[in-house]
Design a protein around this ligand. Structure first.
Ligand code: TEU
Length: 508
């Protein structure tokens, strides 16, 4: 049967918790700026607390996936503190330092190339003391590690082994497809400082060394353990994905692609990219998801997600979060995703149908990406009115995903008696875990049913994905079809999924 062809069979029936980074960090970017890979951030507790979490999860048959942030560290990491201290420090080459490309008429140093930071502005930060620039694809507090230095790779692999020896079950590899920078550091044709389309410089995605280095990481660490791996790879096509996560690639097991995350960006909008919102077309969403399902078929295993800590809430984004439709819409979206081939990832609160939030002051937000964009577009260039920018933030901002978990209707949604890092979403009085558990027909129980369906019906694992109605703007329908052999073994021939994305009653 086809199921035996898949190399990761032990994973298919596992329950796994993925923790966003919990390592020691000054927390400029919600932990994605690590200052000590071997310690736990005090906000979350101690290493003893972590060990207890791991042991308890394992007692319950739950695996723990860690977030491996290795494209960059915090600027507070001892490696970087050493690195910036002088040009001949042994750690200088742990990061990417370059001379200026001359000086302008005011005597200001000119960056080595036009690369833009994902979060806006140049990706190069000038260091006055040593008269060179360092590279940071994300915030300036997140200098990029120099993977071309074999010592950096050895230290990182040793760190990965240290966690695996401790017993963690795998890693999500943050921004892993940008670790290999192109020879000669050429300018990037996609850079557009005017719009927020800068994104990851095109020329650094999936660079020439990523695959040799991933094979090395696999050889030096992952292959020695029973491990789960998923790479976070923006700007990656299904063809690239086979190189990364093909069954015979010897690199990673799965990828998070970003293709469906751009369907509601409006490239023609005043800010372009992320901050210009336009309603998505269902046909476009289907085209993308169908393409990933069919192109990976038999070649690589997919990962399935609607949201994560960087994305707005699914039910608000792809569904309908009005009181009338929120519940049915949340269930519908869960169904569409969970019956596809691949491993589904549920982001905290998705199983409760948590919604986007609207704050009427930028001061209520925490994410530096939001604050930097506000300063740039509302305060400095005044290209957008505060009202419009607040609407864009509420549609696309990362803090939609980062408000406290809603447990019950008590103060702060029962999350804390202290002061949370972000205000609670005001809808918590209706939308919370206690409510969901009390209602037999809730989104929570529907997600629980979906998980059971996946475990009880092997066709969700083995069935070939068939596209049914690509031109239909209202209904997402697809089939999963078993081979004769799998059908004989499981007694399951086909699975039909039909999802109405509108608020009308339709006949099909
Ligand atoms: O995100 C990498 C990534 O590709 C970002 O472009 C993402 O699209 C961005 O958050 C959009 O606003 C990872 C993490 O998931 C993110 O939280 C971190 O900020 C980033 O890496 C840097 O570590």
């Amino acid at each position: 049967p086809r199921s035996t062809l898949f190399p990761y069979t032990t994973l298919f029936r596992s329950n796994v918790i993925w923790l966003s980074p919990v390592f020691d960090s000054p927390n400029v970017d919600n932990g994605y700026d690590i200052s000590d890979y071997f310690a736990i951030m005090s906000d979350f507790g101690t290493m003893e607390d972590f060990d207890e979490l791991l042991a308890t999860a394992h007692e319950h048959g739950i695996k723990i996936l860690m977030d491996l942030v290795a494209n960059h560290t915090s600027d507070q990491h001892p490696w970087f503190v050493q690195s910036r201290s002088s040009k001949d420090n042994p750690y200088r080459d742990y990061y990417i330092w370059k001379d200026p490309n001359g000086f302008d008429e005011n005597g200001s140093p000119i960056p080595p190339n036009n690369w833009a930071s994902e979060f806006g502005g140049s990706a190069w930060e000038w260091d006055e003391a040593t008269q060179q620039f360092y590279l940071h694809i994300f915030f300036k507090e997140q200098p990029d590690l120099n993977w071309a230095n074999p010592k950096v790779r050895e230290d990182l692999y040793a760190m990965v082994r240290w966690w695996l020896d401790k017993g963690v079950d795998g890693f999500r590899l943050d921004a892993i497809n940008i670790i290999s920078k192109p020879e000669g550091f050429p300018d990037d044709p996609s850079t557009d400082f005017e719009k927020h389309t800068s994104s990851i410089p095109f020329v650094i995605a999936n660079g020439t060394m990523v695959h040799p280095w991933m094979k090395e990481l696999n050889r030096e660490a992952f292959s020695k353990y029973d491990v789960m791996t998923v790479g976070e790879t923006s700007a990656t096509s299904p063809e690239d994905a086979k190189l990364w996560a093909g069954y015979d690639a010897g690199e990673l097991q799965m990828l998070f692609h970003f293709d469906h995350m751009g369907v509601d960006n409006d490239p023609e909008g005043s800010l372009g990219g992320k901050w210009s919102y336009a309603p998505y077309k269902l046909t476009e969403l289907k085209r993308i998801l169908n393409e990933w399902q069919t192109k990976l078929e038999g070649k690589a295993w997919g990962s399935l997600y609607w949201n994560n800590h960087d994305q707005p809430r699914t039910v608000s984004r792809f569904g309908n979060d009005s009181p009338e439709f929120r519940e049915v819409s949340g269930k519908m979206l869960g169904t569409v995703l969970h019956m596809m081939q691949g491993t589904p990832y549920i982001y905290q609160g998705e199983e409760l149908g948590m919604t986007n939030v609207f704050f009427d002051s930028v001061d209520d937000y925490n994410d530096l990406e939001i604050h930097d964009s506000w300063r740039k577009y509302v305060v400095e260039s005044q290209r957008v009115s505060p009202e419009d920018m607040l609407r864009y933030i509420s549609a696309s901002g990362r803090d939609n995903a980062r408000t406290p978990m809603q447990w019950d209707a008590s103060e702060n949604a029962g999350f804390t008696t202290g002061t949370p890092w972000l205000k609670v979403n005001p809808r918590y009085t209706d939308i919370n875990a206690a409510e969901e558990l009390a209602n037999d027909d809730s989104i929570f129980y529907h997600y629980s049913d979906l998980i059971h369906l996946r475990k009880e019906h092997p066709i969700v694992l083995t069935g070939e994905y068939r596209v049914l109605n690509p031109e239909d703007e209202q209904v997402y329908a697809y089939l999963r079809v078993n081979s004769a052999e799998d059908a004989a073994e499981s007694g399951e021939r086909a699975l039909l999924v039909v999802a109405n994305f509108t608020q009308e009653t339709l006949s099909l």
